[in-house]
Write a protein of this length. Structure first.
Ligand code: XMP
Length: 517
């Protein structure tokens, strides 16, 4: 992708926790960067003709025989290489150097002692610059022609180079913020060593993606399930820009959406973007599939099953369809790389459309699969999507179904919609929405006694939850200024008829999950 008109840097992923960040940091220099599995062949790389390669870090030890190694022929392509951590060790060992495990692993801050002042890679980096280390093995001896360019107190070969080939290696992690001048180092590699032209932007991403989508789709039809979330919305807007009416979107109202959500999706996509949109109002179908069901997993199963039924019906009504568009992002695609082979690819099927019958199997179109959430938001903005969609908190596929703890009824859903809407409104009023990963409200399956005016009440209890997180794998509860919670609580009790008690959830993840069910 995007290789014809813009220079590309390929990041070979050896399973590092941070390889996504490397690609991002490079893109921040207006140079396109794409992550590929370390198993990519030299032939494939030659076809892409990148200006440079980065070997990422990884959890393996090069001292074990089956540790991941890139194609040897990559070294004959004449392309500059930057090895980071494990990447440095691979670069060294495959060219005749050695790696050993020192007695102590090194983890944390260190400071550079620059030995090679003229190093292109370290140009402009300050003496004693802070770097972040996290490694067990270290390079013990360099291959021929390599020289030492910087050390730290505990690591002799902290930075090494073979400038005639454009090969560089660092033991520390320039991609993380703890390496204070890491961005400068990556810019040096990309712009000065690889001589890549800094002319890439979201706008050029859109242009090249449009070309690519047109080439892939030809005169065929594409179906896209819209959920109202940012990923599917951005994918739909992008594909629509490329192929117009060859795109048909399906929006299923499962009755488990937030207040005003269905109207928002319809007005943005049908009225503003003029996208062909099939709207399936299936609220009753979902509700009857949930009647009497209280087990969380059973709820998800029933919701998933009805979704497939409705989606299948809509797909058939859409006519001859060849492609199914999904807003899959990079973190959804590559979850991990197994040390012995290629990447283990896990695709999250948020709506379980993978369960469609044989005759409705489409080719997948996933134009966002190389981007990260914040880049997708940028792209959505560039495509003219409203803030309300672009900056929305994540929302689970089964929606309010898993937030109505206990039985899901039309009345409880309406109550929950009101509570959720007040909570979110107060968060936005306080200017805190952007600081929170996800905020949500749940109705609990208990009632409590209250007093309103002169009357005793016996009504629903709701729990509010707001968390900060990087990736939803772990999360911490958000520390609200007390007056925000106070306003939300008093409005909820005053304005929502069936609720007389409000709790705030102070559980982190783990042990709690973000959702209640
Ligand atoms: P948990 O509750 O597991 O959630 O901490 C992590 C993230 O995933 C979302 N989530 C779901 N998303 N279908 C989805 O599409 C689901 O069944 C589902 N369950 C949880 C949740 O909102 C959070 O962002």
């Amino acid at each position: 992708m995007d290789t014809k008109t813009h220079d590309t840097i390929l990041v070979l992923d050896f399973g590092a926790q941070y390889s996504q960040l490397i690609a991002r940091r490079i893109r921040e220099n207006q140079v396109y960067s794409q992550i590929v599995p370390y198993t990519i062949s030299a032939e494939e790389v030659a076809k892409i003709a990148p200006k440079g390669l980065v070997f990422s870090g990884g959890p393996s030890s090069v001292r074990t025989p089956d540790s991941p190694r890139p194609d040897k022929a990559l070294f004959d392509l004449g392309i500059p290489i930057l090895g980071i951590c494990y990447g440095l060790q691979v670069l060294s060992v495959m060219n005749g150097g050695t790696v050993e495990r020192p007695r102590q692993k090194e983890y944390g801050f260190a400071h550079l002692d620059i030995k090679q002042k003229a190093s292109l890679l370290l140009s402009g980096i300050s003496e004693k610059s802070q770097v972040w280390m996290s490694h067990g093995d270290s390079v013990a001896s360099l291959p021929d022609h390599f020289s030492l360019s910087a050390s730290t107190e505990n690591c002799t070969y902290a930075a090494v180079e073979y400038p005639e080939k454009g090969w560089y290696g660092v033991q520390f992690h320039p991609e993380v913020v703890h390496t204070t001048e890491g961005s400068r180092l990556l810019a040096n590699f990309v712009l000065d060593v690889c001589k890549a032209t800094a002319d890439w932007s979201m706008e050029s991403f859109i242009e090249s993606q449009i070309e690519e989508i047109r080439r892939t789709v030809g005169d065929k039809q594409v179906l896209c399930g819209l959920s109202g979330g940012v990923d599917s919305s951005v994918a739909a807007a992008l594909i629509h820009k490329a192929i117009g009416d060859q795109l048909v979107c399906v929006f299923v109202n499962n009755g488990l959406l937030r207040k005003g959500e269905a109207d928002l999706v319809l007005s943005v996509f049908r009225d503003n973007f003029n996208i062909r949109l099939q709207y399936a109002d299936a609220q009753d179908q979902f509700l009857s599939a949930l009647t009497g069901v209280t087990d969380p997993e059973q709820k998800r199963k029933n919701i998933g099953k009805v979704f497939i039924d409705v989606f299948e019906q809509e797909a058939r009504a859409a006519g001859e369809i060849d492609f199914l568009a999904q807003g899959t992002l990079y973190p959804d695609v590559i979850e991990s790389i197994s040390p012995s082979g290629g990447p283990s690819v896990t695709i999250k099927s948020h709506h379980n459309v993978g369960g469609l019958p044989e005759d409705l199997r489409f080719s997948l179109l996933e134009p966002l699969r190389e981007l990260f959430k914040d880049e997708v938001r940028l792209l959505g903005k560039e495509l003219g999507l409203p803030d309300e969609i672009v900056n929305r908190h994540p929302f689970p596929g089964p929606g309010l179904g898993v937030r109505c703890v206990g039985e899901v009824t039309a009345e409880r859903l309406d109550t929950l919609r009101e509570v959720d809407s007040i909570f979110i409104e107060e968060i936005k009023k306080a200017g805190l929405y952007g600081d929170i990963w996800q905020a949500l409200a749940c109705l609990l399956p208990v009632k409590s006694v209250g007093v309103q005016g002169d009357e005793r009440t016996y009504e629903e209890v709701c729990s509010l939850r707001a968390v900060t997180s990087e990736d939803a794998m772990t999360a911490d509860w958000f520390r609200f200024p007390p007056d925000v919670l106070q306003r939300a609580s008093s409005r909820i009790c005053n304005e929502v008829q069936r609720v007389n008690r409000v709790l705030y959830d102070v559980t982190s993840k783990p042990p709690g999950t973000i959702e209640w069910e």
